[in-house]
Design a protein around this ligand. Structure first.
Ligand SMILES: [Zn+2]
Length: 463
């Protein structure tokens, strides 16, 4: 089995913040776990940026910067933010990339030729924040609930429509046959309930209203609707392995669930391609109890936190306390507590104690033959928080065992050697299980283990 792992591609109207970064870390740790379990060659992982659409067009114009230059700058910064968190993507795709533009146009044309795109007139409401057409049912007092500070735009356009409503039965079957299609379960139920409300949607924009998009292949006067183009990035990257031998898993935030769970499989079906196998929908991160937002002024980027805490630590924090099922909160105080507590005092101190004893007593480490990674079953089921709990319970068990056996006071050399060898094996096992979450420090610990415990302090105290 091969795996294709994707994150949502981020909209380049602004640089990503910690909330977006959460999902990248989640998908990255998952990809690393799969690579460790099934081999690097069997896992492909893509992330990137979504660069067309009305919101970007407006943002660039308001700053007086040409659109392409504007998205070049944001995309580069996004990539740097991801690199700061050690996101191990195989490709950082951009929807302005030439191969993607070509692929998006190709699939549009094929869907049209298959009879699923037709000409019509759209009259209705559009939220630029979501880049989405809205019905009155989606609005609260005439405003988008996610973008209450923006005005809804009333548009009338002669347009090309996608026959989304045609795929209701297909979608129901997809959900019925695979009850794990959307996870967590609450999101599955939410998405399933929306199937009946599906209506056809416009999938182009007229150039006189918005020219910043991929050229429509069947009409000079149109560009592709940004969502139709953006979703195709996964296929642009994964086209060679888009088949039944590959398990396709999309990670995304709850604001994008509908497009991934309902529109994307329909688009794929319209061009005779298989649906993704699984969609994992995460919730939102807040900061000190507040929504992350430019207008509140509480936006934090990973590159800023990294000045104070190692990247591994931020990853650990997000994977343990992030919004995996429900919304969750970030605070610097909690991050510091986690660092000094479970990491420095728990993991770091335990490893340091054992390494120091092993070195003093000249106990060599030998790599065990079997390499079971059995502590990550929950993570394979999208619950890294539960796996981390299990792994850290092993650390406190080990610590307890050390306190009870008091190896520093033991006089029987053979007994001591056997005990320390067991401790070293246990540490090796724990650290291998922790690798996907904290790639750098675990590598450091493993190196020291294999090099006569040359390093013993992995989490220096921070004040
Ligand atoms: Zn909106």
């Amino acid at each position: 089995m091969r795996y294709l792992i994707t994150t949502a591609i981020d909209y380049t109207n602004d640089v990503i913040h910690l909330g977006h970064a959460y999902q990248k870390v989640l998908a990255d740790a998952y990809a690393r776990l799969l690579r460790q379990n099934y081999g690097i060659e069997n896992v492909s992982f893509v992330t990137g940026t979504d660069e067309f659409g009305q919101k970007i067009d407006k943002e660039a114009k308001s700053k007086g910067i040409p659109n392409q230059q504007f998205v070049d700058e944001i995309s580069k910064k996004d990539q740097e933010e991801q690199d700061a968190l050690q996101i191990s993507y195989d490709r950082f795709i951009r929807t302005t990339d030439a191969d993607h533009q070509k692929m998006a146009a190709e699939l549009f044309k094929k869907s049209y030729e298959n009879g699923f795109i037709y000409e019509g007139t759209f009259e209705g409401k559009y939220c630029e924040g979501c880049e989405e057409y809205k019905t009155d049912k989606n609005l609260i007092e005439g405003k988008c609930p996610l973008h209450a500070n923006r005005d809804i735009i009333i548009t009338t356009e002669k347009n090309y429509f996608f026959k989304w409503s045609f795929f209701k039965d297909y979608l129901k079957k997809l959900f019925d046959e695979n009850t794990e299609f959307v996870k967590p379960r609450s999101k599955y139920n939410e998405m399933y309930a929306l199937i009946d409300e599906i209506e056809d949607i416009p999938v182009t924009r007229r150039k006189e209203n918005l020219a910043w998009g991929i050229q429509c292949p069947i009409d000079e006067g149109h560009v592709l609707y940004v969502w139709f183009d953006a979703l195709i990035n996964y296929y642009t990257f994964g086209k060679e392995i888009w088949n039944d031998e590959t398990k396709i898993i999309h990670f995304l935030g709850k604001d994008n669930a509908k497009f991934h769970a309902l529109l994307w499989p329909a688009m794929l079906k319209s061009v005779d391609l298989k649906s993704p196998d699984q969609i994992y929908v995460n919730s939102f991160l807040s900061i000190n109890g507040q929504k992350i937002s430019k207008s509140i002024g509480n936006v934090i980027r990973p590159s800023e936190i990294i000045k104070e805490f190692p990247s591994d630590v931020i990853r650990y924090y997000l994977l343990k306390f992030g919004p995996i099922v429900d919304d969750n909160d970030f605070s610097f105080n909690q991050l510091k507590e986690v660092y000094n507590g479970e990491l420095a005092n728990g993991l770091g101190n335990t490893v340091s104690r054992v390494f120091t004893l092993a070195k003093r007593n000249e106990v060599k480490f030998e790599t065990p033959e079997s390499l079971f990674l059995s502590l990550n079953e929950d993570f394979l089921n999208f619950r890294p928080d539960k796996s981390l709990e299990l792994i850290f319970s092993k650390i406190s068990d080990l610590n307890k065992n050390i306190n009870e056996n008091k190896p520093w006071a033991m006089t029987d050399q053979i007994e001591l050697k056997v005990l320390l060898e067991n401790y070293l094996k246990e540490i090796y096992f724990i650290v291998l299980n922790l690798k996907p979450y904290m790639p750098t420090v675990t590598e450091d610990i493993l190196n020291s283990l294999k090099n006569n415990y040359e390093k013993t302090n992995f989490f220096p105290r921070i004040s």
